[in-house]
Design a protein around this ligand. Structure first.
Ligand code: MN
Length: 296
């Protein structure tokens, strides 16, 4: 199934060019905290899947996707993990701007965290700090959405913990060579710096994500191409790694790292990620109205 979050964080199943609203399978109490609906649906998926399928079967017609505002594939993940240096061709391309020294990969470096509040959806926009002279890069990535609580999961069993996958753009304020080294988690945590979407495609429908490819375009110019078979740490190893450190919860997101071709975004750009079998997400880049208290 392809599951979308839209408008006031309603949840729906995508069929062709429309979405069938299945929000009413969830407890009405969630109407007071709608951003949590997707976490609730994922955690209870085994008990909801038949009812969801039944609503879809009985639906006369859905809402055209062009008539809704798509939100992040999961608008409120509890945790947002990300892998650095997970494609050989990306190693070294940042020169002095990298924090991953000496050609080390995600296998040696492990993961970092982005603020979960940095996620944004396919129907929204990316906002850069106002008046900044810094470099803000796009990174074209596969997102894994965790389906079940995972702690100390061996890689051989890791696939059982994947709810599904989505597309993800990991936007990053780069280090300025010679300047102080600002924390990576801050540079990647600006609100809207993690577009996640357009939908979650459930693991059963997606098949093996390592066979898929992706492309990232800026203003229709191709900047990045990814073959997920080239990932150094694959999804199973990533779940083994992260769950050996802490507990992964349903709805948590893992950004799997970027291939080569990262490059700058500026206000006025349109950035598009297209992941095979998952879909296309295209967001405009704008500037915040409010100037930050320190210059970024
Ligand atoms: Mn990244």
């Amino acid at each position: 199934m392809q599951i979308a979050v839209f408008d006031d964080y309603r949840v729906g199943v995508v069929q062709a060019d429309s979405v069938i609203d299945v929000t009413n399978v969830l407890p009405a109490a969630l109407d007071s905290r709608p951003r949590d609906r997707m976490n609730w649906l994922i955690e209870g998926w085994a008990s909801y899947v038949e009812e969801v399928a039944d609503v879809v079967r009985r639906a006369q017609n859905g809402i055209p996707l062009t008539d809704v505002t798509l939100r992040a594939a999961n608008p409120a993940p509890g945790q947002l993990f990300a892998l650095p240096s997970n494609f050989h061709a990306h190693l070294g391309e940042l020169g002095a701007r990298t924090v991953t020294k000496g050609g080390r990969t995600a296998r040696e470096q492990g993961f970092f965290l982005k603020a979960a509040s940095s996620v944004v959806g396919a129907g929204e926009q990316i906002t850069l700090p106002k008046g900044s002279s810094r470099r803000f890069d796009h990174e074209c990535e596969l997102a894994v959405i965790i389906g079940k609580t995972a702690r100390d999961v061996p890689r051989a069993n890791a696939h059982e913990y994947v709810f599904g996958c989505s597309g993800l753009i990991d936007i990053t304020m780069r280090l300025e060579p010679g300047e102080f080294e600002e924390e990576r988690s801050m540079r990647k945590s600006f609100e809207t710096f993690t577009p996640l979407g357009p939908f979650v495609v459930t693991a059963d429908e997606l098949g093996d994500p390592s066979t898929l490819s992706a492309e990232l375009r800026v203003n229709d110019q191709i900047r990045q191409r990814a073959a997920f078979a080239d990932m150094i740490v694959d999804i199973d190893e990533a779940i083994e790694l992260i769950s050996s450190v802490t507990t992964l919860a349903p709805g948590d997101v893992i950004a799997m790292g970027t291939p080569s071709g990262v490059g700058p975004l500026a206000a006025g750009d349109q950035v598009t990620i297209e992941v095979e079998r998952i879909g296309v997400m295209s967001l405009p880049v704008a500037e915040r109205a409010l100037r930050a208290p320190r210059s970024y």
